[in-house]
Design a binder for this molecule. Structure first.
Ligand SMILES: Cc1cc2nc3c(=O)[nH]c(=O)nc-3n(C[C@H](O)[C@H](O)[C@H](O)COP(=O)(O)OP(=O)(O)OC[C@H]3O[C@@H](n4cnc5c(N)ncnc54)[C@H](O)[C@@H]3O)c2cc1C
Length: 344
């Protein structure tokens, strides 16, 4: 049976992967994205409530809004999206096409590959307390999606980095009380933010969260333990936020496919070509001398990677897509948009 083959398969559904999918649609390539999680968004999902200022042409907005816009844009040309599969293996076939192999055993056939796996698979560093997961649906939070939830509440935040300190500063003005617990004497966060946090919240160092006490559904009280003396303290709480960072598996199985790589990623040429012909890269997974580790940098890499994939498949094609303002690919969609705008 002939395999169902795609022109390009993108590994990773973060900003680099999503924008690659949009742009490969502009280049009329049959496109698939494979994402290990069950949603698109990539690392941006870890800071959905944060305001993002540095994406060109977008006024400061919550990151979640950028994710939603990126998803809509990525769907413009109806790529196939596969969720819940971690790609671990790759086989190169005799006709120079590739088969990608997921941990689940599924196989995906493709003419080219764009690696957009970011810094690997991100796992939130959770509290190592037995039974803590039962509170995750109620008042134990690892990410903050809605600040208003904390209005007039007693909030305990554990962590010493930017996330913990930024959330303390954002929540303290509306909360009844904010206590920030950190296992070290010094906070790692930006100095000015730490200074402000110490003015508007209570900080307790060096302490760790030892026990969560509650009924079957909600935490009601927390025991903290002094790291050096072992002395304990208890606090009544309404909400608990844990910001202990992430585990990221950057040096995963893809690194064993034979690429050249450095500390910050797989090495690519200025046109995003890896050392294996037919495999390209974009976003935080790759490195090159002018790499910009921002969402905007991921977009730029994506355009270059898709154009390289297109030329790899057919060297007679133009080296970039026609600009969107003068591109026939949008003619029908433009008519719909104009109708929609004039009816509003
Ligand atoms: C705390 C923090 C704040 C930031 N704030 C900003 C900001 O304000 N502005 C800005 O421009 N940038 C910011 N950045 C940087 C920005 O988030 C990254 O540059 C961007 O997310 C990189 O996108 P990416 O698509 O390359 O990778 P990612 O966003 O990491 O996405 C990679 C995706 O690939 C998936 N994946 C990985 N391995 C596999 C596999 N083997 N199989 C299938 N799927 C896989 C992952 O699950 C993930 O969804 C911030 C970064 C951090 C750490």
């Amino acid at each position: 049976m002939t395999p169902d083959i795609y022109d390009v398969t993108i590994i990773g559904g973060g900003p680099a992967g999503m924008y690659s999918a949009f742009y490969s649609g502009m280049r009329e390539m049959r496109t698939k994205i494979i994402e290990v999680k069950h949603e698109l968004g990539g690392f941006m999902r870890t800071y959905p409530e944060k305001l993002v200022w540095d994406v060109g042409g977008i006024e400061p907005v919550r990151c979640e809004e950028i994710i939603n816009s990126l998803i809509k844009q990525a769907m413009t040309f109806n790529p196939t999206i596969v969720f819940g599969q971690e790609i671990i293996g790759m086989e190169q076939c005799a006709d120079n096409t590739f088969t990608l192999i997921a941990k689940t055993g599924e196989r995906h056939h493709t003419r080219t590959i764009i690696l957009a796996a970011g810094r690997g698979i991100t796992k939130i560093q959770k509290l190592n307390i037995k039974g803590a997961d039962r509170y995750e649906l109620t008042n134990l939070h690892y990410t903050v999606t809605d600040i208003e939830k904390f209005e007039n509440k007693r909030v305990l935040i554990s962590g010493g980095g930017d996330s913990a300190v930024d959330w303390a500063n954002a929540i303290a003005p509306i909360a009844k009380e904010v206590i920030v617990v950190h296992r070290r004497e010094d906070f790692k966060a930006f100095e000015a933010s730490v200074t402000r946090m110490k003015q508007i919240a209570t900080s307790l160092v060096p302490y760790i969260v030892l026990h969560l006490h509650g009924n079957q559904t909600k935490i009601e009280r927390v025991t903290l333990q002094h790291v050096e003396t072992g002395a304990t303290k208890q606090f009544e709480v309404d909400e608990v936020i844990i910001n202990h960072g992430f585990q990221r598996s950057f040096f995963g199985p893809i690194m064993e496919w034979g690429f050249e790589y450095e500390e910050y990623g797989i090495c690519v040429s200025p046109k995003m070509c890896t050392s294996i012909p037919g495999i390209f890269g974009a976003g935080d997974f790759i490195t090159h001398p002018s790499k910009v580790r921002l969402i905007a940098g991921a977009f730029n890499d994506a355009v270059l990677a898709v154009n390289s994939a297109k030329l790899y498949l057919d060297p007679t094609e133009p080296d970039m897509a026609g600009v969107s303002s003068h591109n026939d690919r949008f003619a029908e969609k433009n008519e719909e948009m104009i109708k929609c705008l004039s009816s509003n």
